[in-house]
Design a protein around this ligand. Structure first.
Ligand SMILES: [Zn+2]
Length: 272
C-alpha cells in the first residue's frame, strides 16, 4: 500500500509564512504577499497595540490590525498578551498570557484562534503543557531546518528558514525545481517585517514572493490551514482491504495511491 498525502487539488507543495509582533511594516508585507498570492500567519500581542493617538508607533493599532489581516485572508495567532519570556513565568501567569491573548484575538478578529508563535522563540516543557491546556494546537519556534518536511511535533514547530538566512534563495530554487512525487513538501518562512525596514532589504521578500508566488502547482496557506489539512488527512478511515476510504472530516482531502490522485469530499466514501 503506497499512500501519500497530497495538498488540496492533489498538489505536492505548500508555502506558508509566519510574521510576528503586528508591526506597521506588516502593511507593506501583506501588500507584497497579496500581490503574489501568498498566505500566512501574523502572531500578535493583543496587550501591546498602539493606541489611537499614537498612529505612528511601530506597532499597529487594533483597528489597523483587524482591517489589514482580516481583509486579506491572513490568520492571526497568539504571541503572548505582552510578549513575555513564557518559560520565566509561573505556570498560572503563562496561562494568562496565552489564554487572554487568545480570548482578545478571537473577539477582535471574529475568529477561533488555535495557533501561536513563541515570543522570543523560547519555551520549555512546562510552556508546552500550558499551551495544551489553552487549546493551542501548533506553535512556531525560531529553529530553521533548511528542509521542507511537515512538522512532526506541532507544538515545537520549526521553520524552513528565516528570511535573512543566507541559503534562502538556494532553498527556494531547490523547492521549486523539485518535481519528485514523493512526500508532500512545505516551505515555511518566518521573520518580522520590521527587520526589512531595519536591514533595508525589502527586495529580499519581493524576490522571494516573485519566485515562489502565483504558481499553479503550489498551495498557499496560513499555518492553521496547513495544520487542519494534515489533521484531516490523518483522520481518513480506510477499510481493512485498503479499497475504500471514508472522509469523516469537514474538508476535501487528497492523496496519491499508486500513480493516481484521489480527492475525497467531506462525508464521502470512495473506492480506490
Ligand atoms: Zn515577537
Amino acid at each position: 500500500m503506497e499512500m501519500k498525502m497530497r495538498f488540496p487539488d492533489g498538489k505536492t507543495k505548500a508555502v506558508t509564512l509566519s510574521y510576528d509582533d503586528g508591526s506597521r511594516h506588516d502593511v507593506r508585507l501583506v501588500n507584497i504577499m497579496t500581490k503574489y498570492g501568498l498566505k500566512g500567519t501574523f502572531n500578535i500581542n493583543s496587550g501591546l497595540y498602539a493606541s489611537e493617538n499614537e498612529k505612528d508607533a511601530w506597532r499597529l493599532t487594533k483597528e489597523q490590525c483587524v482591517e489589514l489581516y482580516n481583509s486579506n485572508g491572513m490568520e492571526v495567532a497568539v504571541h503572548g498578551l505582552t510578549h513575555p519570556f513564557l518559560e520565566q513565568l509561573p505556570a498560572t501567569v503563562q496561562k494568562y498570557e496565552v489564554l487572554q491573548d487568545r480570548i482578545n484575538l478571537e473577539e477582535e478578529f471574529n475568529s477561533i484562534v488555535r495557533g501561536m508563535a513563541y515570543p522570543f522563540g523560547t519555551f520549555n516543557n512546562q510552556v508546552i503543557e500550558t499551551l495544551k491546556e489553552c487549546g493551542i494546537v501548533y506553535s512556531r519556534t525560531v529553529e530553521s531546518t533548511g528542509k521542507f518536511a511537515l512538522p512532526s511535533d506541532w507544538l515545537r514547530m520549526p521553520a524552513t528558514c528565516h528570511h535573512n538566512d543566507p541559503r534562502l534563495f538556494e532553498l527556494v530554487e531547490e523547492f521549486i525545481k523539485d518535481d519528485e512525487y514523493g512526500n508532500p513538501k512545505l516551505f515555511y518562512l518566518w521573520g518580522h517585517s520590521h527587520e526589512f525596514a531595519k536591514d533595508n532589504n525589502w527586495d529580499v521578500i519581493e524576490k522571494f514572493a516573485e519566485c515562489i508566488g502565483n504558481r499553479e502547482e503550489i498551495w498557499y496557506a496560513t499555518n492553521i490551514e496547513v495544520y487542519e489539512y494534515v489533521e484531516a488527512y490523518r483522520n481518513l478511515i480506510m477499510s481493512m482491504d485498503g479499497k475504500r476510504v471514508y472522509n469523516p472530516t469537514g474538508c476535501t482531502v487528497c492523496f496519491e495511491n499508486g500513480d493516481t490522485v484521489f480527492c475525497v469530499k467531506p462525508g464521502e466514501i470512495i473506492r480506490i
